[in-house]
Design a protein around this ligand. Structure first.
Ligand code: ZN
Ligand code: ZN
Length: 371
């Protein structure tokens, strides 16, 4: 049986009523939720290809017959319309819109393709209005249950890493390590990796999103590993650099700069801190050390049901941190032809500050592996 995502069935009505109040405030008759993760969040239904029709006082899950049993297990209280093979979920949405006589309909522009948008408009004649991240901004603030699930997801990722670290040999390839990580994550109760792990030996660590290759651990003195688990629908996301030979002086220098920047940013995390301020703390620190140009990505991101979600910490981000957000803090320095250092931890914004949820050691000496 598929496990319900984060007890969504218990909390889903509360989440829905927040969105329903917003529909009313915006003067819309209804909202069609088409992002499948948003549907999961608002219903507890963990399948895909389904929409949620929401009005200020009604909620209807639009799905297909493959999911009938799963829906009755995961969200039995929810009114559901199951389409037959001759109709699409979009057809179902149009029928519901027509029978409810909705005149103004909110849509989620990020997930609704142009062609579906046009079909819905032509089919129901409603005035369609883009809604911007309504459900995403709710999802950004995690409740107790979600935080527990994320803690567990992080623990699984850390246990998996500790096992592959203990088993590392010079002959292993990047691909084998990525594969072993996935295997260990499943062994510890995760449903899989939160994303395809990044394993970059030596210069390959300079590619922030490199795909694991057949390069072997023994070919260079260090390896960058970025991985995460998925547990009950929730992701975790970590990065460490492991040293597999004598520590090269350049690595020691760059690692120290990245770690200092990461700690400076983490120290800024509290409710009310702006996303830019936190990014600035790390970026300023790396710039002062002379490596500003080698840190080309944002400082971090929220994660939960998706690996990347609101909020995003970057020099151009608007907004601020709120208690209940969980974000990664992952500064990095990448030197083409030499390698990259990124240190990534998962941090919860608490009422008065923060709690670093990930626990793996990160000083370079503690990342030295005996092979
Ligand atoms: Zn990562
Ligand atoms: Zn990340």
């Amino acid at each position: 049986m598929t496990a319900p995502a984060s007890n969504g069935h218990r909390l889903a009505p509360q989440r829905r009523s927040k969105i329903q109040r917003r529909i009313k405030r915006a003067g819309l008759d209804a909202l069609l939720v088409t992002d499948e993760i948003n549907v999961t969040y608002l219903t507890g239904f963990s399948g895909d290809s389904s929409y949620l029709w929401l009005t200020p006082d009604k909620a209807i899950l639009l799905s297909d017959s493959r999911y009938s049993t799963q829906i009755s297990e995961e969200c039995p209280e929810l009114e559901t319309l199951i389409r037959d093979a001759g109709r699409t979920t979009c057809d179902l949405a149009i029928e519901v819109a027509n029978s409810s006589k909705a005149l103004t309909l909110g849509i989620e522009p990020e997930s609704l393709t142009k062609s579906l948008h046009d079909r819905i408009q032509a089919g129901c004649g409603c005035e369609l209005t883009d809604t911007d991240g309504w459900v995403e901004s709710l999802r950004a603030i995690k409740d107790k249950q979600e935080i527990q699930t994320i803690r567990h997801s992080i623990q699984i990722a850390e246990r998996a890493f500790s096992v592959i670290r203990a088993q590392i040999t010079p002959e292993q390839t990047e691909r084998e390590i990525a594969h072993n990580l996935e295997h260990q994550i499943r062994g510890f109760g995760g449903t899989g990796c939160a994303f395809a792990p990044i394993v970059g030996v030596g210069p390959r660590g300079a590619l922030p999103h490199g795909i694991p290759s057949n390069r072997r651990i023994g070919e260079d003195p260090f390896v960058l590993i970025d991985w995460g688990a998925k547990y009950n629908g929730y992701a975790s996301d970590l990065t460490r650099v492991l040293v597999t030979a004598r520590i090269p002086p350049k690595l020691r220098k760059i690692h120290e700069i990245v770690l200092k920047a990461q700690l400076a940013a983490i120290a800024k995390i509290r409710p009310g801190a702006t996303l830019r301020q936190v990014d600035r703390a790390a970026r300023g620190s790396i710039e002062r050390a002379g490596f500003g140009k080698q840190f080309g990505h944002g400082l971090g991101h929220g994660f939960g049901l998706r690996i990347h979600e609101t909020p995003f910490l970057s020099p151009i981000a608007d907004g601020q941190l709120t208690a209940g957000m969980v974000v990664t803090i992952e500064p990095g320095i990448y030197v083409p032809g030499w390698g990259g250092v990124r240190i990534e931890d998962d941090v919860l914004v608490t009422k008065h500050g923060h709690e670093v949820l990930s626990r793996l050691p990160k000083s370079l000496d503690e990342c030295l592996v005996d092979m």
